[in-house]
Structures are given as structure tokens and as C-alpha cells.
Design a binder for this molecule. Structure first.
Ligand code: 5GP
Length: 190
């Protein structure tokens, strides 16, 4: 998606550990016009598949998932990272290795909101090694729901997570796939 690529080139900042900061339009301050177009694009790519629910992971996946859910007119469900008191004991849960924080954490989704009658599109902001998506895919498997694929705004192609998932037969669509990045150069996959 050209608009997203332009935003990344103009406002993205590369940090140690191959981290791309996009706080000015996606991860902190949010460019609503851009996110509207991101949602429209995922809705177009997956609308033929009878999606009943968008699944993401808190916190930064929520904004991308919400705009996609609005366009597909279905609920958005986000996996929580803490089992707070207001979650019931009836949850799907799995482990995720966080790329940005370098630690393993658990995620939780109430069984009440996801079941075998659902057709799920997973959405997230970034795809790096694929651990977050793998955790969400595991949750979908536990629920018995059907997975139609994954939509991510920014894929860091050089970290290989997307290609690993695709090689397992999972449909993964990214709107901007970065093949390489340094402090002053950033190359997108064509
Ligand atoms: P993965 O699990 O695919 O290795 O990493 C994906 C998750 O880590 C995303 O949910 C995202 O929040 C975070 N992440 C990975 N790489 C980056 C990055 O370069 N920049 C930002 N802002 N988040 C990232």
C-alpha cells in the first residue's frame, strides 16, 4: 500500500534491535485517514470469506483490527496479556515470545467470544518473527473456529516470520513488507 510505505519512509525511525518506530502515525498517535484505508484494504482482501470475527492482540494490534472490523461489519476481539479479575476462568490461553520486550508472556481470550461457528481473520500491526501471530493462531485452533488468514500492516520480511507462516499454508497479507532496513535506508519488497 503506497500511502503506508510513504508514511514509513517519511516518519519511521529505525532503532537498535531492528525495531521500526512508527509512533507518529500508528503506535502512539494514530493517523485516522491512513487507518481507514488500511481497514478498507484488509476488508477488500478477505471479504469473500465470510469473516465473522477479527482477532488481534493488545495493545497495538487493536487500532488496526478495529478499523478492519468496522469495514467488515463484524466484532473485533483482542487477546489480553493479563488475566485480570474480570476475565472468567473459562479462557483459551497460550504463550507468546515478545520480540520487542524479549520475554515470554501468556495471552487470554474468553471462550464465550470465540467458538467453532466463527470464521476468523487475524490482524496485527507488525509481523517480525511470527510469534504473536502463532499465538493467535493457536487460540483460533483451540476454539475450533475457521481461520481465513492474517492481515498485518507492516511485515519485516527480513525476519522471516511471514514466509514461515506462508510455507505452512496460512494466508498472510501485509500492506508494506520491508526487505531490509538500516538507520538511513529502507527497502520494500516489490
Ligand atoms: P513477532 O511476534 O512477529 O516477532 O512480532 C510482532 C509483534 O511485536 C507485534 O505485535 C508488534 O507489536 C511487535 N513488533 C515487532 N517488531 C516491531 C517493530 O519493529 N516495531 C514495533 N513498533 N513493534 C514491533
Amino acid at each position: 500500500m503506497e500511502l503506508l510505505q510513504k508514511k514509513i519512509l517519511k516518519y519511521g525511525r529505525v532503532f537498535d534491535g531492528n525495531i521500526l518506530k512508527v509512533d507518529s502515525f500508528l503506535n502512539h498517535q494514530v493517523d485516522i485517514n491512513l487507518l481507514t484505508k488500511v481497514g478498507e484494504q484488509f476488508a477488500k482482501q478477505f471479504k469473500a470469506h465470510g469473516v465473522t470475527k477479527i482477532l488481534t492482540i493488545e495493545a497495538s494490534g487493536i487500532i488496526v483490527a478495529a478499523f478492519t472490523a468496522q469495514k467488515l461489519n463484524v466484532p473485533m476481539l483482542f487477546a489480553k496479556k493479563t488475566q485480570s479479575k474480570n476475565l472468567s476462568s473459562s479462557v483459551y490461553t497460550t504463550h507468546v515470545m515478545s520480540y520487542t520486550h524479549g520475554k515470554v508472556y501468556d495471552i487470554f481470550v474468553e471462550k464465550e467470544y470465540l467458538n467453532a461457528n466463527d470464521t476468523v481473520l487475524i490482524v496485527d500491526d507488525f509481523l517480525a518473527n511470527g510469534q504473536a501471530l502463532l499465538g493467535l493462531i493457536d487460540i483460533v485452533k483451540q476454539s475450533g473456529a475457521k481461520l481465513v488468514g492474517c492481515g498485518v500492516a507492516i511485515e519485516k520480511g527480513f525476519q522471516g516470520g511471514g514466509d514461515k507462516l506462508r510455507s505452512q499454508g496460512i494466508r498472510v497479507e501485509s500492506l508494506a513488507c520491508i526487505d531490509s532496513m538500516t538507520d538511513n535506508t529502507l527497502v520494500f519488497r516489490q
